[in-house]
Design a protein. Structure first.
Length: 127
């Protein structure tokens, strides 16, 4: 919250349990009526790893991810990516999709993390 204040934003930090977040994030009301402007979440690379499943940049508007980014152009590019005949076409389209997501500011990633795991050397037989 402090960084947002430092860049001039009016911030109300509402620390809540996940159930409350899930209820509140669907509201399209203004903040003073229980809506929101920013909420923090995370997901795995598998959830955002390619345009076909990257919900944060799908431009489906009211039926899409919370924040309701809408872009018919983005949706057309994602559909083209899904139908692309070869890897070179998919790579080119992925670059265009990325550029549009950055230009439109469909979402703002604030960082990445890796969950480290350590195992004893006498454990075996698991994946």
């Amino acid at each position: 919250a402090d960084l947002l204040r430092q860049i001039g934003m009016n911030v109300e930090l509402a620390e809540t349990d996940w159930g409350t977040v899930v209820q509140r994030r669907v509201s399209r009301e203004p903040v003073e009526k229980g809506g929101w402007s920013i909420f923090h979440t995370y997901g795995s690379a598998m959830a955002y790893g390619h345009p076909g499943v990257a919900s944060l940049v799908k431009g489906t508007g009211a039926s899409g991810w919370f924040g309701w980014y809408e872009s018919p152009r983005m949706e057309a590019m994602i559909q083209s990516w899904l139908e692309a005949p070869d890897e070179a076409s998919r790579k080119s389209l992925a670059g265009q999709i990325n550029a549009l997501a950055q230009d439109d500011v469909a979402t703002i990633p604030l960082g990445q993390f890796v969950a480290r795991t350590a195992y004893r050397n006498n454990l075996s037989g698991f994946v």
